[in-house]
Ligand binder design. Structure first.
Ligand code: CAA
Length: 260
């Protein structure tokens, strides 16, 4: 079935995925989440794709949250199922071997901020506003926000943001370490593309294993994380990319990685 709300363009190893529901500020309903999940799943399998950029359509919003109009009609069972659906997408993004860069081009609220937090790198435009307004609606973040924000910036600032429901601007998000960098909105897409292209030139196995080591290592003791890292390091010595990368250095030429 064709996507109604998710656009996907692939060029030179970079897939740009756009949540395209500007009339609702790109709010995530269950259909959008389903389309996003399918799209990401296909991109993970696609050998022509090394890096994914995720953004929102229009100049106003990245994603203004989960769809409040849909949630307003949900009972407890449906609310739980909806949270599990959103969490499945966020967890899949962490499991993907390919890095995902969020280009946050406006409001990133609730489920929208959760989507950004599930990405590997977050670039924000200078007009971006970020926050978790869930408590103003009588609920809590449900797509992993309580867990991911507290892990990223520490519990105190996460509590301040989540308990108050207030929005912070891009500069404050940068100072708090929620986003990697802030750029003018007109430069955001190019900024994300530059990083994506730089990553895409590297050995995709190396990049994927680095992501795996960082994401999984965060849930381990330091010693287990070190052990895990050295195992992955060793496995890479059985790959053609490692042979190519090191031969190219010795032969003073550019490496041509094949992802195997
Ligand atoms: N769900 C559904 N529709 C939404 C939406 C959302 N999260 N956010 C915006 N929209 C819709 C508005 O209802 C409006 O539609 P209509 O024209 O049909 O009325 C349209 O998008 C434009 O929005 P506004 O007129 O409100 O635009 P604004 O510039 O006045 O305000 C805003 C922008 C401050 C972002 C405001 O839209 C807003 O507060 N949105 C809701 C943000 C929010 O609470 N997000 C969290 C949702 S809960 C969640 O995400 C739970 C979870 O963790 C899983």
């Amino acid at each position: 079935m064709e996507n109604q709300n998710i656009l996907c363009e692939i060029a030179e190893g970079v897939a740009t995925v756009t949540v395209n529901r500007p009339g609702s500020l790109n709010a995530l309903n269950s259909q959008v989440l389903g389309e996003l999940e399918c799209t990401l799943y296909k991109l993970e399998q696609d050998a022509a794709v090394s890096v994914v950029i995720l953004t929102g359509a229009g100049e106003k919003a990245f994603v203004a949250g989960a769809d409040i109009k849909e949630m307003a009609e949900m009972n407890s069972f449906e609310g739980h199922r909806f949270a599990l659906q959103g969490q499945r997408v966020m967890l899949f993004m962490e499991k993907m071997t390919k890095p995902v860069i969020a280009a946050v081009n406006g409001y990133a609220l609730g489920g929208g901020l959760e989507l950004a937090l599930a990405c590997d790198v977050i670039y924000a435009s200078d007009n971006a506003k970020l926050g978790f307004p869930e408590v103003t609606l009588g609920i809590i973040p449900g797509f992993g926000g309580t867990q991911n924000l507290a892990r990223l910036i520490g519990p105190n600032r996460a509590k301040e943001l989540i308990y108050s429901g207030r929005m912070i601007n891009a500069q404050k998000a940068l100072a708090w370490g929620v986003v990697n960098e802030v750029v003018a909105q007109a430069e955001l897409a190019a900024k994300a593309l530059d990083l994506a292209r730089e990553i895409a030139k590297n050995g995709s196995l190396g990049v994927g294993y680095a992501k795996n080591a960082i994401v999984n290592g965060l849930n381990m003791t330091k010693e287990d994380g070190f052990r895990y890292e050295s195992s992955l390091f060793g496995v890479l010595f059985a790959t053609a990319d490692q042979k190519e990368g090191m031969s190219a250095f010795v032969e003073k030429r550019k490496a041509q990685f094949q992802g195997k």
